[in-house]
Design a protein around this ligand. Structure first.
Ligand SMILES: *[C@@H]1O[C@H](CO)[C@@H](O)[C@H](O)[C@H]1NC(C)=O
Ligand SMILES: *[C@@H]1O[C@H](CO)[C@@H](O)[C@H](O)[C@H]1NC(C)=O
Ligand SMILES: *[C@@H]1O[C@H](CO)[C@@H](O)[C@H](O)[C@H]1NC(C)=O
Ligand SMILES: *[C@@H]1O[C@H](CO)[C@@H](O)[C@H](O)[C@H]1NC(C)=O
Ligand SMILES: *[C@@H]1O[C@H](CO)[C@@H](O)[C@H](O)[C@H]1NC(C)=O
Ligand SMILES: *[C@@H]1O[C@H](CO)[C@@H](O)[C@H](O)[C@H]1NC(C)=O
Length: 442
């Protein structure tokens, strides 16, 4: 009996030490599941163990990927369209981040992707609520995977994720200080971020004018709408500011005849513009922030994949339809949508040991690089001058100039060449540099 118990105990120990994931969808070992971050609020995560040639996966960092929106799914878009091991068509992606590190996709805020709420009352409405839910998710994740508690953790994000990630990192840092959670959080990276929305909106007209995508009349029409958005932000009339952001986008589309908000050089088909113009303003706002592509066939492929074979393989409960609550998620954040989190980035830089990275694709319009440079200039942290005075250096990968970088204090800004909004997919070579700089691998 005793010996039986002992052998069970030994088996358990062996099992824990070797605990690896299970085969999932696509190559490599994986694990996934729900954490109830609050009663009625079920958040989904999907972990890919690194395929690097290491004796244990804990030798490599854990990197979280947070999509934008709010309401865009990390397990869908980030995973299949940007950096996971396979793409939407099942083809292997040779630059997947999984080859170098463990990657954790989180469908956040609740209601996004496979995450769901039992009742709309359980959706979050503020950035702080989102951050607190993510801290709960991590508590649940570490409870299932204590082996990751000491593994360096890096939070990477894109777009609206660049607004959620700073507050998540800050709250995780404070939760650690209060001894509520064990975590080895090291850095947070904001990719083409919506960190100060008004700085992005005000950059559109000059950026498009310089590129020749609009003329002076177009510039004036966009600038007038953007200025009005800025006034509303100044007056803290947040819902009206969100609506006026939508109107400003409309002016951009009219003046440019449908430029792609995610990549100003991307081919635009004539009928896309027509389709956008007949949509309601609410549909258009949702589409530019939550959908990754204006191509409806492409969206359908993603939805069919996530609601079909992926949901089946992962055993997603049948009442959960991927992304079916995401429009609600987007709409309910309309009060918070235009609020900046510059003060949170200041606090990260001044009060925590975390490294902060910002990366921006030069062809992105929605969070255009000039707007990002402008809000970084507004940061008033103690080592601000050290950053501003630092040299700007070339990012060179395999002897190709892929961009530029500038570091001071714990902040590094990366300019990514030949990339739109989706930098991991658009320029994997430059991203491998960003990853190496922040995580030591890539
Ligand atoms: C993996 O690493 C081990 C030890 O460094 C080495 O002997 C082996 O050749 C490597 N395998 C591959 C496929 O690179
Ligand atoms: C991935 O494949 C492409 C096309 O074959 C190649 O140009 C690129 O260098 C490869 N990238 C990596 C990281 O292996
Ligand atoms: C927008 O605001 C700026 C700064 O207040 C002002 O200089 C500019 O003339 C305004 N542009 C338009 C088109 O209203
Ligand atoms: C910056 O990073 C270093 C090393 O991680 C850390 O010691 C320091 O406290 C951080 N914060 C500031 C404000 O420099
Ligand atoms: C930055 O600005 C905020 C609010 O304006 C202020 O409370 C804070 O003290 C400033 N920080 C520094 C380092 O100047
Ligand atoms: C990166 O951008 C700079 C400035 O636009 C340009 O000079 C350089 O040729 C670009 N590099 C590549 C590889 O596209």
């Amino acid at each position: 009996m005793v010996s039986a118990i002992r052998s069970i105990a030994i088996l358990l120990v062996i099992f824990t030490v070797c605990a690896h994931g299970k085969p999932g969808y696509g190559p490599g070992e994986q694990d996934w599941g729900y954490v109830d971050v609050r009663p009625g609020a079920h958040m989904f995560y999907w972990l890919y163990y690194t395929t690097a040639n290491v004796s244990t996966y804990t030798q490599r960092p854990l990197v979280i990927w947070l999509q934008g929106g709010p309401g865009a799914s990390s397990t869908g878009y980030g995973n299949f369209e940007e950096l996971g091991p396979v793409d939407l068509y099942g083809d292997h992606r040779n630059w997947t981040w999984v080859k170098d590190m463990n990657v954790l996709f989180i469908d956040n805020p609740v209601g996004t992707g496979y995450s769901y709420v039992d009742n709309s009352a359980y959706l979050t409405a503020t950035n702080k609520e989102i951050a607190m839910d993510l801290v709960e998710l991590m508590k649940g994740f570490y409870a299932r995977h204590p082996e990751f508690e000491t593994v360096p953790l890096h939070i990477f994000s894109e777009s609206y994720g660049g607004k959620m990630a700073p507050e998540f990192a800050l709250e995780l840092h404070y939760a650690k200080k209060r001894d509520e959670i064990k975590s080895n959080l090291v850095s947070v990276a904001l990719g083409d971020p919506w960190t100060s929305p008004i700085h992005s909106v005000l950059s559109w007209a000059p950026f498009l004018l310089e590129l020749g995508i609009v003329d002076h009349d177009g510039y004036d029409a966009i600038m007038k709408a953007a200025n009005f958005t800025a006034e509303l932000v100044e007056q803290e009339r947040w819902i009206q500011a969100t609506e006026q952001w939508g109107n400003t986008q409309m002016e951009v589309m009219k003046a440019s005849k449908g430029v792609d908000f995610y990549n100003v050089l991307k081919l635009t088909k004539g009928d896309r513009f027509k389709k956008l113009m007949i949509q309601t303003s609410e549909e258009r706002m949702y589409r530019t922030m939550v959908k990754h592509d204006f191509d409806e066939d492409h969206d359908q492929i993603a939805e069919d994949l996530m609601r079909g074979p992926v949901a089946e393989t992962l055993g997603i409960p049948s009442h959960v339809k991927w992304n079916s609550q995401s429009a609600k998620v987007f709409n309910i954040h309309n009060t918070d949508f235009m609020k900046p989190v510059i003060h949170i980035v200041n606090e990260l830089l001044d009060k925590t040991p975390l490294k902060v990275g910002v990366f921006s694709g030069g062809l992105d319009l929605i969070c255009a690089t000039p707007g990002t440079v402008n809000w970084i200039d507004k940061l008033n942290w103690t080592r601000r001058n050290e950053y501003l005075d630092a040299p700007r250096n070339a990012i060179s990968v395999n002897r190709v100039l892929e961009g530029y970088e500038k570091s001071g204090g714990n902040l590094t800004m990366f300019w990514i060449n030949r990339s739109g909004h989706m930098a991991p997919a658009d320029n994997p070579a430059a991203m491998s540099h960003v990853l190496r700089k922040l995580t030591n691998y890539g």
